[in-house]
Design a protein around this ligand. Structure first.
Ligand code: TYM
Length: 339
């Protein structure tokens, strides 16, 4: 069997299941922009089929999908450089997802921590879609023969499963067809934590709005949330080692580093020895400077939903031209008649 070399192609996605948070921005979207600017082919998706694995009000889903698209664009994704689209408009995702439902094993799904977290104590009552979620995610990635997937830390297990699906498919059918995708989990803020509890991930589903910065928050709200963020009474250390047991302090320094495109070491070289009473105002200024223009631009884009829909339609057309031939070849490998 000759080894196929796949040309670099980047894919990632975000669920339109609520507002965007600073975690989504620093862990994902900001990295999407970096990859777009590096010149490789990039596809970024709003994964609406994934969103409905838990209940979504239809009007909210439509709104959140457009708002996510506005967030992508406002943060620097350019629809002429990257392919921006929503998953349900490219039916190849769902079709390959079905095939992967038949490749992936129940035992693999049962081990997924995101399923356990989301299903909670009442797993019997979770949707079948939530259980099979990672197989559809593998399809999102592999339907484009994507080689690299930028994500936050919490998606690592899903990406390992994507590699397992590709390996098993290739092995079962004796082909070297799907690439073994590389997760790209890089930067200072791969896991942004709650502002109220440094041991919990910042999340759009946290009941406390003070726990997160939303990408739609205005300058005053951002400032208030940072001023109120939980910290400890000590001064900041001069080296990263000194942050080990200080979850809240580490989180704020990571956020500062990611927003200012510096390493944690470089930030600490500068702010080591300062009290939070001095550091927090610096973080407020930086966060407002970097985030306010994005929320302003998101609001402007949301005034023209037809233009957003047009961009998603065009992105979907472009995505289909890559996905459909790969789907046809997959059906052929599996033994489906295509007449
Ligand atoms: P989702 O919608 O939960 O989150 C989208 C992206 O944001 C990252 N992220 C964070 N990064 C750092 N700190 C945080 N607190 C934080 N919260 C969220 C996530 O790691 C993710 O990169 N299963 C995916 C969506 C998906 C997908 C895909 C991703 C579906 N198909 C194919 C990549 C490729 C999800 O639930 O992400």
């Amino acid at each position: 069997m000759t080894e196929v070399v796949h040309t670099p192609r980047v894919f990632s996605g975000i669920q339109p299941s609520g507002g965007l948070t600073l975690g989504n921005y620093l862990g994902a979207i900001k990295r999407f922009v970096d990859m777009q600017e590096s010149g490789v082919e990039t596809l970024y998706c709003m994964v609406d089929l994934h969103a409905i694995t838990v209940w979504q009000d239809p009007a909210d889903l439509r709104h959140n999908t457009r708002e996510l698209a506005a967030g992508y664009i406002a943060a620097g994704l350019d629809p002429t450089k990257s392919i921006l689209f929503n998953q349900s408009q490219v039916s190849a995702h769902a079709e390959l997802g079905w095939i992967f439902n038949c490749v992936a094993r129940m035992g693999w799904m049962k081990r997924m921590t995101q399923f356990k977290d989301k299903a909670g104590k009442n797993a019997e009552n979770a949707s079948l879609g939530l259980f099979g979620y990672p197989a559809l995610m593998a399809a999102d990635i592999l339907i484009y023969h994507s080689t690299h997937v930028p994500v936050g830390e919490d998606q690592k297990q899903h990406l390992e499963l994507t590699r397992d699906v590709a390996t098993k498919f290739n092995h079962d059918f004796g082909v070297d067809f799907f690439p073994i995708t590389e997760p790209v989990i890089e930067g200072a803020a791969t896991r942004v934590m709650s502002l109220r509890d440094g041991s919990k991930k910042m999340s759009k589903s946290d009941p406390s709005d003070a726990s997160r910065i939303n990408m739609t928050d205005d300058a005053e709200t951002i400032a208030k949330k940072i001023r109120k963020a939980k910290t400890d009474p000590d001064a900041l250390p001069s080296e990263a080692d000194g942050l080990k047991e200080r979850h809240e302090a580490r989180n704020l320094v990571n956020i500062f580093a990611a927003l200012s495109d510096q390493s944690v070491d470089a930030v600490l070289a500068d702010v080591g020895g300062k009290q939070f009473s001095e550091f927090k105002p610096m973080l407020v200024d930086l966060a407002v400077e970097k985030l306010s223009p994005i929320s302003t631009e998101m609001a402007r884009l949301m005034n023209d939903p037809a233009e957003i829909d047009r961009i998603l339609g065009e992105g979907s057309n472009r995505a289909r031209t890559i996905a459909n031939p790969i789907l046809q070849k997959t059906y052929d490998i599996v033994g489906m008649i295509r007449s």
